[in-house]
Design a protein around this ligand. Structure first.
Ligand SMILES: CC(C)(C)c1cccc(C(=O)NCC2(NC(=O)c3cccc4nocc34)CCCCC2)c1
Length: 246
């Protein structure tokens, strides 16, 4: 997988992708993150990348030509076709399902807005998809790009070790996580639940699934609606709800 990010802040994006699972995947050449700065493609002496909003009003808009030139250079840098995503509050909300679909592509282009946004004509001609990471005001699209690089990058074959991909499997089965504990077993803040110390792996699996189901029901019932529950899960959730109601 190759990510090409068009951004006025390349260092920020590169640093986000340089740490942890994604950083290691880059070192192992499981994925590549390249950045393209529109300022390098501005043709005037002041390297202008923004212009006054037509129709008046406050704020500036990112100009077509520096972005278009950066995108052209990006497309020509490698043979595979690029799926270009504009990170935007107007985009469809990013979900794990969409992340899993994106992870199958050979190349993803990520266009990051700044100022008041990007000239609509550039978006109409150069962008394949608009995606949003959430409903709050941000200063730029770079955090969205970093989120996509992390979520999609960690799914690349070989990026996760066995422990991490086991954890990944539990996340991506659509439930919230169960509680986690490490030593000490006894602590002023409380003790580790006995079942986790029992060595009874079937009981431990059931306890973790019951906790994940219960917490999803309590905190994110919307996630539960999207997920069909098998017989065992329905029974465990019922048990959790009975205990919770007491
Ligand atoms: C959602 C809300 C509050 C109704 C809203 C409504 C109108 C504008 C914004 C906003 O934040 N404009 C600024 C801007 N944001 C983003 O790029 C952005 C925001 C949120 C999720 C994202 N995911 O990717 C990119 C995202 C960065 C500067 C260039 C113009 C876009 C927000």
């Amino acid at each position: 997988m190759r990510f090409d990010v068009v951004t006025l802040f390349p260092d920020f994006v590169r640093q986000c992708a340089a740490v942890g699972v994604v950083g290691r995947a880059q070192q192992r050449e499981l994925l590549q993150v390249e950045t393209w700065n529109p300022r390098d493609y501005a043709t005037d002496n002041y390297r202008t990348v923004d212009g006054r909003t037509c129709g008046g009003g406050p704020g500036m808009v990112m100009l077509i030509d520096p972005l278009r030139a950066a995108l052209k250079a990006m497309r020509e840098a490698a043979a595979e076709p690029v799926h270009v995503i504009y990170l935007s509050p107007q985009g469809a909300r990013l979900t794990q399902g969409r992340v899993e679909a994106l992870a199958k592509l050979p190349r993803i282009g990520l266009l990051c807005g700044r100022y008041e946004g990007v000239d609509e004509r550039l978006l109409a001609h150069e962008v394949d998809e608009e995606l949003s990471i959430g409903d709050y005001v941000l200063s730029g699209g770079e955090l969205g790009a970093a989120v996509i690089i992390d979520a999609v990058g960690r799914l690349q074959e070989g990026a996760l070790n066995d422990a991490q991909s086991a954890q990944q499997d539990s996340f991506s089965d659509g439930l919230l996580d169960c509680p986690h504990y490490a030593k000490p077993v006894r602590h002023a803040l409380g003790d580790v639940p006995e079942v986790l110390l029992s060595g009874d792996h079937a009981a431990i699996r059931r306890w973790r699934l019951k906790q994940a189901l219960g917490r999803t029901w309590l905190r994110r019932p919307d996630l539960l609606v999207q997920r069909a529950l098998d017989k065992e899960s329905r029974a465990l959730l019922e048990e959790f709800r009975r205990e919770y109601a007491q």
